[in-house]
Design a protein around this ligand. Structure first.
Ligand code: ZN
Length: 321
């Protein structure tokens, strides 16, 4: 099969307080809250999706909110860094913003000719802004709180930390269609898909670092893009043939997906581009109210009673008269 993963679809992480999460990602980072729903496997917890204006695949960072949940620990068999693209020359503006809002960050570094600043969300999740040429050509949220010249442009990449990365490397290059792009020290960068999409993945070999713990402030899984249901079925078949334990196709309302654990220990998902986040809300109204799948709608009142009320960002456009 010559199928190739076309890039990152989404990254899902775990937060503690839902309001704190919304305030940070919409207020400080200026992402658009494109969907408010619940964890379909645990209706007592929120599931938020943030992204660009339309919630494009490759821009979507999602959170399960677990108030009082146990803290995660960064380590191997984890996606340890989620990186966003920003236009070249914008990091000075971002550093001022972080200092003003007392956001924990490190001193910027240069990595392969790109300027990088590491920072942390309120739960300690490690993030990066990567300033690079060409970022400005990708979609942003033009009506968001961040001036367009600085606004994030979807994901730049995700970094995986793995004790022994050899079997992950062969999955990426022999099955998923990634190519090894560059290598320095213990870092290997892989690339897939077309220019202009979130198509890079860094793998750090860390043989002596303990396995991470999934919990608040850590990534739960990362999802890769596939264009349609037919291709998703082919991935299911091919991965099963390679003896991965693959879930059946799940209906996640905004995409269909399968899950499997790769041999470096990370939970991978493959998700379809359609139907997308406008399946149940217009672009103008994305993220403006709690959305439930049809099979949960009859229990809306009970579900809502179990959820903490939210102050939503005041960014929804005025309704048309
Ligand atoms: Zn997912």
């Amino acid at each position: 099969m010559n199928d190739q993963i076309s890039g990152l679809h989404h990254v899902t992480a775990i937060a503690s307080d839902p309001q704190q999460n919304i305030d940070f990602y919409t207020g400080v980072l200026g992402l658009r809250l494109v969907k408010i729903t619940i964890n379909y496997d645990d209706p007592s917890s929120y599931h938020f999706y943030y992204g660009d204006e339309e919630g494009s695949p490759g821009s979507i960072l999602t959170f399960f909110a677990w108030p009082g949940g146990h803290p995660g620990r960064r380590g191997t068999s984890q996606a340890t860094v989620t990186s966003f693209s920003v236009p070249e020359g914008s990091l000075g503006w971002w550093l001022q913003r972080f200092d003003l809002n007392q956001i924990r960050h490190e001193t910027p570094i240069t990595r392969w000719n790109e300027e990088v600043v590491v920072f942390y969300d309120p739960d300690g999740l490690q993030l990066e802004l990567v300033a690079h040429l060409g970022a400005e050509e990708r979609a942003a949220w033009k009506d968001g709180p961040i001036p367009l010249e600085y606004a994030t442009r979807g994901f730049h990449s995700v970094t995986l930390s793995i004790k022994d990365s050899s079997r992950t490397a062969s999955l990426l290059t022999e099955t998923m269609g990634f190519q090894k792009f560059r290598e320095e020290g213990n870092r290997v960068r892989y690339v897939t898909g077309d220019k202009g999409t979130a198509r890079m993945l860094d793998v750090l070999s860390m043989p002596n670092v303990p396995t991470g713990v999934v919990g608040v402030g850590s990534v739960h899984h990362i999802a890769w893009r596939t264009p349609n249901d037919e291709q998703l079925e082919r991935w299911l078949q091919q991965l099963s043939e390679q003896r991965y334990q693959v879930s059946p196709v799940m209906d996640r309302q905004y995409f269909h997906s399968i899950y499997f654990r790769e041999r470096g220990g990370l939970l991978f998902e493959i998700a379809t581009d359609p139907p997308g986040f406008t399946a149940d809300e217009s672009v103008e109204n994305l993220g403006s109210s709690l959305r439930l799948p049809s099979w949960m709608e009859t229990n809306r009142e009970i579900i809502q009673r179990g959820l903490k009320p939210l102050n939503l960002p005041n960014v929804v456009k005025e309704a048309q008269p």
